[in-house]
Design a protein around this ligand. Structure first.
Ligand code: CS2
Length: 489
């Protein structure tokens, strides 16, 4: 077997560990973090003329990333794929890789460490363990409950709070918690989850900590964008070809990347702006636009693609019926109810997103984008449904996306591996056989649908019509039905 990438291999940039480097503790260091946030940090360091920021990479549940990166001293390569791709690059700013579940005490200690000025999060929607629609931690979640008692916490919120608590006890420097997940107002959500967790602690711990957090911790909202598929053996083979050594941590991504960050930091931050991040932009409008255009279309194409047997997003968007559905959803339902950021042309933005989806080299799978649907539907699609219903627009295409998700759930696509509410959804559906009963049961699932949207008779009727076509008509019938709707005024 060929040798493995590490800081001793000649291909790696040999640089001394900086004694005075500041730290970013990154919770959830999966493929996205490696191809997005770490790339910005690497470039920011370079722009500043040295490695002034180092990342402590923490995994959430599995140890795969530790196994990939720890033997390589945190080094890995990032390979852009498709039109406009830059040369591969080696990322050198990760200096420690920790298993969150196994090394929770160290994680807490790193967050408390005075050199740490940023905690970054890419923990996915479900990692926040929030009660949907409330912005507060789910205190009924067994792991959250355990962490309220626990000094060696396993949840992200538990790790952050225990780290801040230790930091406060030591009178540490202010710190910023930067959420990089696809959720509206992700900073506000993180702050709500952290504060509600602290509020549930015993009074002796609670009062001083709340005051410290209020004065010393910032939670800026951010919008992150870059399509990063699950790394495959082919990606690792390409990296090895480039490096001449094995790289188990290599990731691939599209050339495009964007990061809009609210300029509200409590203390130092990396010069991410020098790597292209935009500070103080129209963050809220960007978050909503990206979620309701890009992520919504992504989910729509994923579920329609899974239905039709398309393995990747680029295959799904090459299917004219589905591309047409996507364009119709954007033009008829999303854009009329969306406030785009200043200076952005909505049509151009939508077209650029569909162009990015068509990247044939990316291999972004419909299964991956379709995972965790119960967590993604709300911010991506149901917001549009609600706004359309309020504006008197029938959200027929958004309803098709929801129906296709339901089909995916009912036909067994949503396993416990890739859907946190799999058990609850299965239970809700039970033995029901009619389209109407099934749709009604799923629309009543709290944690996915709120009462106003899930309980709206017009929305239910639209979802039921599509669901029946998917279940009892098949692909041909779906294509015909879509054509009829396109022809309808
Ligand atoms: C995708 C996102 O997996 C998914 O749900 O929609 O990860 C998407 O690729 C990114 O948000 C693009 O920025």
């Amino acid at each position: 077997m060929s040798p493995r990438l590490n800081r001793g291999t000649p291909e790696a940039v040999e640089d001394e560990r900086e004694q005075d480097a500041l730290l970013i503790v990154h919770l959830g260091f999966g493929a996205f973090a490696r191809a997005h946030t770490a790339v910005y940090t690497e470039e920011a360091n370079r722009a500043e003329g040295g490695s002034s920021w180092e990342i402590v990479a923490v995994t959430q549940r599995s140890n795969t990333v530790v196994d990939e990166l720890a033997p390589q001293d945190g080094l890995f390569s990032v390979l852009e794929e498709g039109e406009g791709a830059a040369d591969p690059r080696l990322i050198t700013c990760v200096r420690e890789v920790l298993s969150g579940p196994d090394r929770s005490e160290t994680v807490v200690e790193r967050i408390a460490d005075d050199r740490t000025r940023v905690v970054a999060l890419t923990i996915t929607e479900k990692g926040y363990r929030a009660v949907p629609g409330t912005g507060r931690a789910d205190l009924d979640d067994p792991l959250v409950r355990a962490d309220l008692q626990n000094r060696a916490p396993t949840t992200a919120v538990g790790q952050i709070v225990r780290g801040l608590q230790r930091r406060a006890d030591r009178g540490g420097a202010p710190i910023t918690v930067v959420s990089c997940d696809n959720l509206p107002a992700n900073g506000r959500l993180t702050s709500g989850v952290v504060v509600s967790f602290v509020e549930a602690l015993p009074e002796a711990e609670r009062v001083a900590l709340l005051a410290w957090i209020e004065q010393n911790t910032a939670f800026p909202n951010t919008m992150v964008d870059r399509m990063v598929p699950q790394p495959t053996p082919a990606v690792r083979a390409r990296a090895a070809g480039w490096l001449g050594v094995r790289d188990a941590g290599a990731v691939s991504c599209e050339p495009y990347r964007q990061w809009v960050v609210e300029d509200a930091f409590a203390s130092h931050r990396p010069a991410w702006d020098k790597a292209g991040a935009v500070f103080g932009g129209d963050v809220e409008a960007w978050e909503n636009t990206k979620l309701r255009v890009l992520n919504a279309s992504h989910s729509l194409l994923a579920y329609l693609g899974l239905f039709a047997g398309h393995a990747s997003i680029n295959e799904a968007v090459a299917d004219e019926t589905f591309a047409g559905v996507c364009r119709a959803m954007l033009t008829e339902e999303v854009v009329p109810t969306l406030d785009v950021p200043r200076g952005v042309d909505a049509e151009d933005y939508c077209a650029s997103v569909l162009h990015r989806f068509a990247n044939p080299a990316l291999g972004h799978t419909t299964a991956k984008v379709g995972s965790d649907g119960s967590q993604k539907l709300g911010p991506r699609l149901l917001s549009t449904a609600r706004l359309c219903l309020d504006a008197g627009i029938e959200p027929r295409w958004t309803a098709l996306a929801v129906a296709a998700w339901m089909y995916h759930v009912v036909t067994g696509g949503a396993t416990t591996e890739d859907e946190p509410l799999a058990g609850r959804l299965r239970e809700a559906v039970g033995e029901r056989s009619s389209a109407e009963e099934t749709v009604r049961a799923l629309l009543s699932c709290k944690g996915v649908f709120d009462e106003t949207t899930g309980g709206d008779p017009g929305f239910r009727a639209a979802v039921t019509r599509w669901y029946a076509v998917l279940c009892f008509g098949g692909l041909g019938a779906l294509r015909e039905e879509v054509a009829l709707h396109h022809a309808a005024p």
